[in-house]
Design a protein around this ligand. Structure first.
Ligand SMILES: [Zn+2]
Length: 417
């Protein structure tokens, strides 16, 4: 089978990278990233600026001065234009029919690089952004009481405040067109990069981008490191829990892709619903759980990766039984090389079902580049998995990140228990 993650990559003479994935479809997906995000809203850069600038840029430009004019223009071709601000990047994206590529793409780049900002337009966006902040505010940084407890009461996994992301009303009143124009200079940076997939004219894409003059703009950065708020076992009443949900989790101080691979492999090995040890023990043998959840995340801010296991149990007796046996069971499972081999073999075979859509391929490679510093093809990621598939390595991961001395636990209880 042909490696589906091989991209055509090209470094332009202004330093920008283009990651292209030709694909035989009648449309093209464009995702363009400029290196300014939430983490840069610090020091002289007013809280919320990166996201605010994204709103202003989406709304108007020198060449499309009417409100949402560019968006409407793209829509008239049956396409879509949007944007988002993450920790590190502001992303502008387009989905358009290939037939309209040469018409729209140069205008898209032109739109992003030629701001039109006035005090009136700043005022216009302030109300919208204040609403956006309010909507996210109730359980921030989670989206439920339980989610909030996981990230602020149990772990302290909250790298950016709501204010750093969105800004407050006082921040808005200090924002001026001059400050935004000067911040916008950071868009013209050699670290800006383009992901593009589908049927498109690669030469036109590169020629258009190459016209942007770039220079490195080193913006200030700030985030809060992850730590434990309350690592020891405790109980927390949450409206969302209908059962006794037992949480076990850890904080990961590494962004090494091999470590991340080890953690996710450990998770799928233990919890998969065919022969995962936890699944067999808790569902098949004891009949106590219906589902077992495992998740691992990684953040761009260094020292923030986290994993967590959640087991919805039925009463406190089951919880104490699980707590007393869990670690011994996990250690037993990762000592079984034969089972690890079986799991990895299945995992590798199942990969043929991945990447059915071009957006899956782009998502995967954008994740790789932004979190681990490079895109990687199927051959390379398969190799990483094979290298992680050793009992000795999984034991090392377990001892460093999962062992009771380093992991944390809590029990989410139904409100009426
Ligand atoms: Zn927004």
């Amino acid at each position: 089978m042909k490696d589906r993650l091989i991209f055509e990559t090209q470094k332009l003479k202004n330093g920008m990278m283009v990651y292209g994935k030709p694909w035989d479809v009648p449309f093209v997906i464009v995702r363009f990233f400029v290196p300014i995000g939430t983490r840069n809203n610090t020091d002289s850069i007013i809280a919320g600026s990166a996201h605010f600038l994204e709103h202003l840029m989406c709304s108007r430009s020198q060449s499309f001065p009417g409100k949402s004019q560019f968006k409407k223009f793209v829509s008239s071709f049956g396409g879509e234009f949007g944007a988002a601000t993450s920790e590190t990047f502001t992303e502008y994206h387009l989905s358009i029919p290939s037939a309209a590529f040469s018409e729209i793409f140069p205008k898209f780049i032109n739109h992003i690089f030629n701001p039109l900002i006035t005090e009136e337009y700043i005022l216009e966006e302030s109300g919208i952004i204040a609403n956006e902040r309010k909507r996210k505010g109730i359980w921030f940084p989670g989206d439920s009481k339980l989610g909030m407890h996981v990230r602020t009461g149990w772990q302290n996994n909250n790298p950016y405040t709501l204010r750093q992301i969105f800004g407050e009303d006082d921040d808005f009143s200090n924002m001026t067109p001059e400050k935004f124009y000067s911040l916008h200079c950071a868009y013209k940076d050699p670290r800006a990069h383009l992901f593009i997939g589908g049927s498109y004219d690669a030469r036109l894409a590169m020629k258009t981008l190459e016209q942007i003059e770039t220079k490195f703009n080193d913006l200030p950065v700030f985030w809060k490191k992850a730590s434990w708020q309350k690592r020891e076992y405790h109980e927390e009443k949450c409206v969302e829990s209908d059962r006794h949900i037992y949480y076990l989790g850890g904080i990961v101080d590494s962004r090494d892709p091999f470590v991340f691979r080890g953690i996710t492999l450990l998770g799928s090995f233990l919890t998969n619903n065919v022969n995962g040890m936890l699944y067999e023990w808790l569902r098949r043998d004891l009949g106590w759980v219906y589902n077992i959840n495992f998740g691992a995340s990684v953040s761009i801010a260094p020292n923030i990766g986290a994993w967590q296991l959640s087991l919805p149990l039925n009463d406190i007796g089951q919880v104490s039984h699980v707590r007393s046996k869990l670690h011994q069971k996990i250690y037993g499972a990762i000592s079984d090389q034969e089972q690890i081999d079986l799991h990895v073999k299945e995992k590798l075979t199942k990969q043929i079902f991945n990447y059915q859509r071009i957006s899956d391929v782009l998502d995967d490679q954008i994740f790789s580049l932004h979190y681990f510093g490079k895109i990687s093809n199927e051959e390379e990621s398969g190799e990483l998995l094979r290298q992680a598939a050793y009992s000795s390595f999984l034991k090392r991961i377990y001892n460093t990140y999962w062992h009771p001395d380093v992991s944390g636990e809590f029990l989410a209880l139904p409100i009426n228990s």
